[in-house]
Write a protein that binds this ligand. Structure first.
Ligand code: ADP
Ligand code: TYD
Length: 207
């Protein structure tokens, strides 16, 4: 059986990546591609703790948070009930909202980026995405979308932080351009324009 494809969506908070992930899932299903959607941090045993840290309910040293993201990621890949690797082996395409580039971008604001990349090596060696899609918006636009559309905000959702995170993404993409398959989409366009660009790319390159 042919393995499923692993497609990751990345972007700063409010970039519109979750919206695009859902639209791509619908388009794939319509075209007869069996697929599931998933996200990080997960709602598994480690992910639950991360959600409490992100909402500010619990505090942790940034190195601890970075290590928890790695543990959550490995559980996401390998757990026996609904691990990503199993799905892919069963021929199902997996669309994932955030993966290790999120750690490279967000955790590297406070923890040295080489450490973050080293800590994620086990995940990277286990599963590299067939493609990572970066939905790129200006931090100002992202903040507007977050404050207009959400009641609660998370610890990373400030203009200053999102600016640093976006720079972190760009640096990581440059560093890993020969190792990873990355495609950047202009997230400042309309939802339907971006969706069309993503679908055109996916059906041309991946199916
Ligand atoms: P993320 O997953 O990157 O945090 P979401 O997909 O949840 O972002 O989108 C954040 C908000 O912005 C939502 O209310 C969504 O409807 C809106 N949004 C998403 N994409 C666009 C777009 N291209 N233009 C305008 N608003 C958008
Ligand atoms: P989430 O509620 O999923 O927000 P969004 O819809 O914007 O993706 O929260 C995820 C938060 O966790 C987001 O601020 C980014 C952060 N995060 C990291 O800092 N490192 C990571 O490795 C991952 C996966 C997420």
């Amino acid at each position: 059986m042919q393995k499923g494809k692993f497609i990751v969506f990345e972007g700063i908070d409010g970039s519109g990546k979750s919206t695009q992930l859902k639209l791509l899932a619908d388009a794939l299903e319509k075209n007869g591609v069996s697929c599931v959607t998933t996200l990080e941090p997960t709602y598994g045993m480690v992910g639950e703790v991360l959600h409490e840290i992100l909402s500010g309910k619990k505090t942790a040293d940034p190195k601890v948070t970075a290590a928890l993201f790695v543990a959550d990621r490995l559980d996401h890949l390998t757990n026996v009930e609904n691990g990503v690797c199993r799905m892919l082996d069963a021929g199902i395409t997996v669309l994932c909202d955030r993966y290790y580039f999120s750690s490279y971008a967000y955790q590297s604001v406070e923890v040295p980026s080489d450490w973050v990349m080293d800590a994620n090596r086990l995940a990277a060696d286990t599963l590299r995405p067939d493609y990572t899609f970066f939905v790129d918006v200006s931090p100002e636009t992202a903040m507007e979308r977050i404050t207009q559309n959400r009641r609660t905000t998370e610890i990373y959702e400030t203009l200053e932080r999102l600016t640093a995170v976006r720079e972190g993404y760009i640096k990581a993409f440059e560093k890993l351009q020969n190792v990873e398959k990355i495609k950047i989409f202009d997230g400042n366009k309309s939802i339907s324009e971006i969706a069309e660009e993503i679908q055109n790319f996916v059906f041309k390159k991946l199916f």
